[in-house]
Design a protein. Structure first.
Length: 453
């Protein structure tokens, strides 16, 4: 019998897959939350582990036949412990399906519905799952001025529906955490949980200061390190492990595994969080994901991973520096990490149009809000770029200088089109010979740094 083959069995899906492979190979993926997982990781994710149900935890399952799944999950846990230097009285959960479910499990495990949580203001770089709600323009009020965002009537995220969510903003003068103001808000509001971390804050966070603030008000402190987990594992960014009460992270960003999440916490808290993951929020874990994560963690334990993480940061810093030479305004003036946030207000073309024009030039980025955002999140003031994926391809400072030059050329080309409707703008971008020429050069660069697809 012929081996079943995707192309023969489902040519429609196969064609979409091939197109995605081609796009990944020929374009520069520069969204900071994305990366390119190794063949070994992808092999594990596509393995027979996906066929097994294993509700429960190692050696305590509700289904028979889980002896190998137990080995798998214990292996992932022990690798996570080694990689993140997890203290001996801490535990590890590798079952949460992704970052938002991991955070929800922490809230469910440690809080009561209606308790107050305090995270970073989303437009300043926080995350939806840290309690996001918003105020429609008609409801803007003084309560939400200054460093405290007391929340809005539109409870868009489940974490703001079931908990009383307030948020702290960054300092308007420098877009940085202002620990004195955060402490003032915490003392006034007395949250039960304080959260750091997010999606667009390019600087390191002082975890000890945040833990001291949480201790002052008797709150738990959750450090969500989804974006920088790989940099922390490599020792390139500071680690909150052993400082914060709980640490959560996704596994597919700088850590370069497949999609999934890990939770670390001191044993007493971990017991409650484990019960929140299963049976509180989920049934059977995705064992194929845990298998991929296990392989990715092993890769991150290799000495080469430290050099990789150092290069990610060097590349991001080079990009930020080069872009500023072209008069791009870099939020916070630079980066300590893998991401760069560009304030486009001096350019007149904002995130949505710039991101789309860059895509036509073969450079994939995303529009983003920024501190003191005055525009809609659907058409915000900033552009977010990141270096994990292009560093995986082997690119270094020389390529970053070239990418910054291309980004500037795209901006030069589109500056005169800022007033056009989006459809007219896109049509012009698609027809632009200058943008097509950049896309061709991007493809040639990518050809010299092929992905192992
Ligand atoms: N969507 C992720 C990001 O892009 O940062 C966060 O969940």
């Amino acid at each position: 019998m012929n081996k079943p083959n995707l192309q023969k069995q489902d040519s429609e899906l196969f064609d979409i897959l091939k197109s995605e492979e081609k796009k990944q190979q020929e374009k520069l993926s520069m969204i900071p939350s994305e990366n390119f997982a190794s063949k070994a990781v992808r092999e594990a994710v596509g393995s027979v582990f996906m066929n097994k149900y294993s509700e429960g935890y190692p050696d305590a399952r509700y289904y028979e036949g889980n002896y190998h799944i137990d080995e798998l999950e214990k292996l992932a846990i022990s690798r996570a412990k080694e990689l993140f230097k997890v203290p001996s009285d801490w535990g590890v959960n590798v079952q949460a399906l992704s970052g938002s479910p991991a955070n929800l499990a922490v809230y469910l495990g440690l809080l009561e519905p209606g308790d107050k949580i305090m995270g970073m203001y989303l437009p300043d770089g926080g995350h939806l799952s840290h309690g996001w709600s918003y105020s429609p323009k008609s409801e803007r009020n003084e309560e939400n001025d200054g460093f405290l965002y007391a929340g809005g009537s539109r409870k868009v995220n489940v974490t703001s529906k079931f908990f009383k969510a307030i948020q702290y903003k960054t300092n308007p003068d420098n877009q940085l955490f202002d620990y004195e103001e955060i402490e003032k808000i915490a003392l006034q509001e007395k949250p039960k949980l304080i959260i750091t971390g997010g999606t667009a804050y390019p600087r390191e966070i002082d975890y000890r200061k945040m833990k001291a603030i949480a201790d002052k008000v008797g709150a738990y402190y959750l450090a969500d390190i989804a974006h920088e987990a790989g940099l922390i594992a490599a020792g390139v960014n500071e680690s909150p492990v052993g400082i914060a009460d709980v640490v959560t992270f996704t596994t597919h960003k700088t850590l370069r595994c497949n999609r999934g999440a890990i939770i670390l916490a001191q044993n007493d808290l971990m017991k409650k969080i484990n019960r929140a993951v299963f049976p509180g929020l989920q049934g059977g874990p995705h064992n194929h994901s845990i298998a991929g994560i296990s392989v990715g963690l092993k890769e991150a334990l290799e000495p080469e991973f430290k050099r990789y993480a150092e290069q990610i940061v060097l590349n991001a810093q080079t990009l930020a520096q080069e872009l500023s030479l072209y008069d791009f305004e870099i939020v916070t003036g630079g980066t300590d990490k893998h991401l760069v946030l560009i304030n486009l207000t001096n350019k007149g073309v904002f995130g949505k149009k710039f991101a789309r024009a860059l895509d036509h030039a073969g450079i994939i980025t995303n529009m983003n809000t920024m501190p003191q955002e005055s525009r809609s999140p659907a058409d915000p003031s900033a552009l977010r770029i990141g270096t994990p994926w292009i560093t995986t391809r082997g690119m270094k400072e020389k390529e970053m200088k070239q990418i910054a030059e291309w980004m500037n050329q795209v901006m030069e080309e589109i500056t005169g089109w800022s007033e056009d409707d989006f459809e007219v703008f896109e049509e012009k971008a698609m027809k632009s010979e200058r943008i097509s020429a950049i896309a061709q050069s991007v493809m040639e660069l990518c050809d010299n740094f092929p992905l192992d697809i």
